[in-house]
Design a protein around this ligand. Structure first.
Ligand code: FAD
Ligand code: GLY
Length: 372
């Protein structure tokens, strides 16, 4: 629990900053949540909203158990967010299908072998079973993995609700407020400077997404890379009920409001938010090949976001040892919506109670060993 009067500044009003602010504020910390733009202006407002740890795991490793823990904890976490924010988040239990590329059914079955050790609910569907479950899919795929326990939300709505819930728990939100420097004295963090003032705190959590600029002047150079993702939204003539579908080239996400998201490109090192005509054409072609009736859907809009990527595709969550009082919650790559609640809770437990975080996510894995 928080020491009386403890003050923490959280930099970044994305899904991660909002979740960290909420987890800390609920534990009695005086939280300032700083966002240079508007809440959800970054990757969080651009995401497809899938909570899909199995779909996002191509090989065994530390991500899957962390992602599954996040998925298990999501339902009670969302209940708390909804109650505090006073909004409904409409968690959809869509499940996910992962279609096999031609000739790659064997690879999918291998994937199932190790994934089923983590979630026995995952199964392999053959072609006829697949056609029965999703009649709107074009004929062709010889099989698919089915992950019935994966879910989805509206990512932007969730991000806004987190910030609102954090405020309801006592956090103070400042939009239009960039943190321009981390302040330090006596070998530890003392707050942040904004364009207008100096804010004091006992700890600072940097949750600035793909932007590591605040840390670099301190000599802390996490190898964060933006991974641009473009996405298209369509409105089919009739509802496209059924699971989310992943196939080679992208995914299709039927949303609660009747629209369908088609995503997404992956362009490492791109900092711009422009949507390229070629990307839209590729995504539309992918969607129509997979679900022919989408050729008649209305085009609604398209956008891009910058996923915060780190080389091992795991986030960096925990203290930044060179400077006591400084913490990071960045690098959630393709899974920030899934991992936000987990990140907020684990970071709050570590910061306030000294509970260890999994070694796989510690930022120190990217930093030179501390001198002395
Ligand atoms: P951001 O949302 O980028 O938030 C960082 C915030 O910090 C920004 O609002 C920025 O303005 C602010 N900021 C930066 N610097 C400063 C500063 N100095 N002072 C104040 N504020 C600052 N994840 C999933 O789990 N499921 C999905 O289905 C999914 N789909 C995706 C689809 C696409 C197309 C994209 C692009 C991403 C997708 N993701 C998905 C990934 C997910 O969006 C990210 O992992 C997540 O949003 C990262 O959250 P964040 O809070 O770290 O970053
Ligand atoms: N998790 C889906 C994406 O990042 O595109």
């Amino acid at each position: 629990m928080a020491q009386a009067g403890m003050r923490v500044i959280v930099v970044g009003g994305g899904v991660i900053g909002g979740a960290v602010a909420l987890a800390l504020a609920r534990r009695g910390v005086a939280v300032e949540l700083l966002e240079r733009d508007l809440v959800g202006a970054g990757a969080s407002g651009a995401a497809a909203g899938m909570l899909a740890p199995l779909s996002e795991s191509q090989a065994p490793g530390p991500f899957l158990p962390i992602g599954l823990a996040a998925l298990r904890e999501f339902s009670p976490w969302v209940d708390t967010v909804e109650a505090l924010a006073g909004v409904r988040l409409d968690l959809l239990h869509s499940g996910v299908l992962m279609l096999a590329a031609p000739g790659e059914e064997a690879a999918l079955r291998d994937r199932l072998d190790w994934q089923r050790q983590h979630d026995p609910g995952a199964t392999f569907l053959d072609g006829p079973a697949l056609a029965r479950l999703v009649p709107h899919l074009a004929a062709g795929p010889a099989g698919a993995l089915h992950y019935p326990n994966e879910v989805q939300v509206d990512a932007r709505r969730y991000t806004l609700a987190l910030a609102r819930a954090a405020q309801a728990a006592g956090a103070h939100l400042r939009e239009g407020t960039p943190a321009t420097a981390i302040l330090q004295a006596g070998g530890r963090v003392t707050g942040v400077a904004t364009g207008r003032e100096r804010l004091e705190a006992d700890a600072v959590v940097v949750a600035s997404g793909s932007d590591g600029a605040l840390l670099r002047p301190l000599g802390i150079d996490l190898p964060l890379v933006p991974i641009k993702g473009e996405m298209v939204r369509l409105l089919p003539a009739g509802p496209l009920a059924g699971p989310i579908v992943f196939a080679p080239g992208g995914y299709i996400v039927p949303k609660a409001d009747g629209t369908v998201l088609v995503g997404a490109t992956q362009l490492p090192g791109r900092h711009d938010l422009g949507v390229e005509a070629g990307a839209v054409a590729t995504l539309l072609g992918f969607a129509q090949r997979l679900v022919p009736q989408l050729a008649a859907a209305r085009f609604v809009d398209a956008w891009a976001g910058l996923r915060p990527g780190l080389p091992d595709r795991l986030p960096a969550v925990g203290p930044l040892p060179p400077l006591p009082g400084l913490w990071a919650a960045v690098g959630h790559h393709r899974n920030g919506i899934l991992l936000a609640g987990w990140t907020g809770e684990r970071l709050a437990e570590a910061l306030l109670d000294g509970r260890p975080l999994p070694a796989a996510v510690l930022p120190s894995r990217y930093l030179p060993p501390a001198a002395g």
